[in-house]
Design a protein around this ligand. Structure first.
Ligand code: AMP
Length: 285
């Protein structure tokens, strides 16, 4: 096996230092594991743009709320290592929680404004946990580039803002959403779905497609589009809407009218499983 798997920050720093001495550019792909083709697309993009690709696999407790799925979040490390190896990644850091949070944590990174809407409005403290752990990972790996999926569009926007505000000398690279052949966005949480839930989950992407069609047909009032999508999703008995929202693509504030590049984003519970997806609506298209 060529890939190196380590569990500590010290080992990580040593591996990265060796790669640096060899003049290599460093990529970081942060993940929570249970890897699928969406994650692998980030690794592939990282391979294209950097000489040395590091993957972190860490189910970050501080980004989960008290009633969320931290304990049952899928953990498939052996398979993840094989997948990273087959993508020819160079390094995996798979730390324990104690390694990342050795003592009570008193320092938190909060990004204002961009975190008020969408997932920030229904997952209290989520982005504080995300930004804090990503800032830690940036300091541990000190990569040249870090890769994030558009699947978590608000996360990508928030991390971009954090990197800019805190002067991290790191290019933040956004990568497109990878979907199953039938349109469902790939997610580690899809494996929670029963057969019937999996079928009804298709309504999420179908709703986004409808949104795009309505917008292309001239509907530009956000509420009109949201009403139509709500109706469609409510027809699925196992689906419960967490939010459907149309926001400025970069600043994430809600738009009454789609008069600039916008993100149509939604979160829907299918049974107990909360899934998110999004699509960009751009008046220039
Ligand atoms: P996670 O393991 O869910 O925290 O995701 C790790 C990274 O993979 C994040 O940057 C996600 O946005 C990205 N990602 C997850 N699913 C997909 C997908 N279907 N397509 C593209 N990127 C994804």
């Amino acid at each position: 096996m060529n890939i190196k798997v380590v569990n500590t920050i010290n080992q990580t720093r040593n591996e990265i230092a060796t790669a640096r001495q060899q003049g290599k550019s460093i990529a970081l792909v942060p993940t929570m594991g249970a890897l699928h083709d969406g994650h692998l697309s980030l690794i592939q993009q990282a391979k294209k743009l950097c000489d040395y690709v590091a993957v972190s696999i860490f189910v970050n407790p501080t980004q989960f709320g008290p009633n969320e799925d931290l304990d049952k979040y899928p953990r498939t490390l052996d398979n993840d290592i094989n997948l990273c190896e087959s993508e020819r990644a160079d390094l995996i850091l798979a730390p324990s929680s104690k390694e990342i949070y050795p003592t009570a944590n008193f320092t938190w990174v909060n990004v204002d404004k961009l975190t008020k809407t969408l997932c920030g409005s229904t997952r209290d403290g989520h982005f504080q946990g995300v930004c804090t752990v990503v800032a830690k990972l940036f300091n541990i790996f000190m990569p040249d580039k870090a890769f994030f999926g558009q699947k978590d569009a608000q996360q990508l926007a928030v991390i971009r803002q954090m990197a800019s505000d805190l002067n991290f000398p790191i290019d933040i690279i956004g990568c497109p959403i990878i979907r199953e052949p039938d349109g469902l966005a790939m997610s580690s949480r899809n494996r929670y779905l029963s057969g019937e839930q999996r079928t009804q989950a298709l309504v999420i992407n179908k709703a986004l497609q409808l949104g795009q069609k309505l917008f292309a047909g001239g509907m530009i009032k956000s509420q009109d589009i949201i009403n139509k999508l709500s109706k469609m999703i409510q027809q699925q008995p196992l689906a419960k809407i967490d939010y459907i929202s149309i926001v400025d693509k970069d600043l994430m504030h809600e738009l009454d009218t789609i008069d600039r590049p916008a993100l149509l984003a939604l979160a829907v519970y299918i049974g107990n499983t909360r899934l998110i997806d999004n699509i960009v609506l751009d008046p220039k298209d």
